[in-house]
Ligand binder design. Structure first.
Ligand code: SAH
Length: 225
């Protein structure tokens, strides 16, 4: 219907141009993101497509932005940081993302993996993500409506799991659905309402957890909405 407008929007102009995005990637490099695969994926995905028109000019600032329903699009640095940690010395393999939101991180993951699944509990957001993602034509990305606390049994096991919302503890189903040799990264809520990223690796002898940076994510809620 309004094809020409959408097409121009995808390429971006001014504050949404490829040059602005290249500057964002340069900042990520300065902040310590070093994996060229991750930087290339961040450069490939037009983040402005995932925020409302009124906020598009701010899409390449390194900030979380509102996407409706009390949720946010994750900060580019955090997206890059989590994926870099999952990819250290390996490939992503089969990926599950919990908390699709607007679909931005899912699109970045889809640049780096042959098969990505992303699950979201707010149906309206999932539909919005679907429409944001449509013009990117990522045939290796599947979206699912459901409670990410239960993972996505029918597509398990996963080599990489990334959770975009903070839980008080690691959901058991996600541990079960992590492949041997797999890695999961997620924000864990700590005492005093602070949060910290945790990296969990599934080894033959069990799960090994490494605490990483302090972060701030929206809460991982229970059940579908
Ligand atoms: N990945 C997004 C970030 C979305 S914010 C990005 O690229 O910017 C986190 C998302 O997690 C919100 O959309 C929220 O609705 C969702 N969420 C919270 N609890 C959930 C649950 N139990 N299952 C699935 N999604 C959940």
């Amino acid at each position: 219907m309004n094809e020409p407008r959408r097409a121009r929007n995808l390429a971006g102009v001014g504050m949404t141009s490829q040059r602005t995005r290249a500057r964002m990637v340069e900042r990520l490099r300065e902040e310590g993101i070093a994996d060229p695969r991750v930087l290339a994926a961040m450069e490939a995905v037009p983040r402005h497509v995932f925020v409302e028109e009124a906020l598009a000019h701010r899409a390449y600032e390194d900030n979380a932005l509102p996407i409706g329903f009390g949720q946010t699009i994750s900060q580019p640095y955090i997206v890059a940081r989590m994926i870099e940690e999952l990819m250290r010395g390996r490939e992503l393999g089969r990926v599950l993302e919990v908390g699709t939101g607007c679909g931005y991180q899912a699109a970045v993951l889809a640049q780096l993996s042959a098969q990505v699944y992303s699950i979201e509990r707010i149906r309206e957001l999932l539909e919005r993500a679907r429409s944001n993602l449509r013009e990117l034509r990522l045939s290796n990305l599947r979206l699912a409506y459901g409670d990410g606390n239960e993972g996505l049994e029918k597509a398990a096991p996963f080599d990489s799991i990334v959770v975009a919302a903070a839980a008080p503890a690691v959901p058991q189903a996600l541990l079960r659905q992590l492949a041997l040799g797999g890695r999961m990264i997620l924000p864990i809520r700590q005492a005093g309402d602070s949060q910290r990223l945790a990296l969990i690796e599934r080894e033959r002898r069990g799960f090994v957890e490494t605490p990483l940076d302090p972060v701030r994510f929206v809460p991982l809620e229970a059940g579908k909405r």
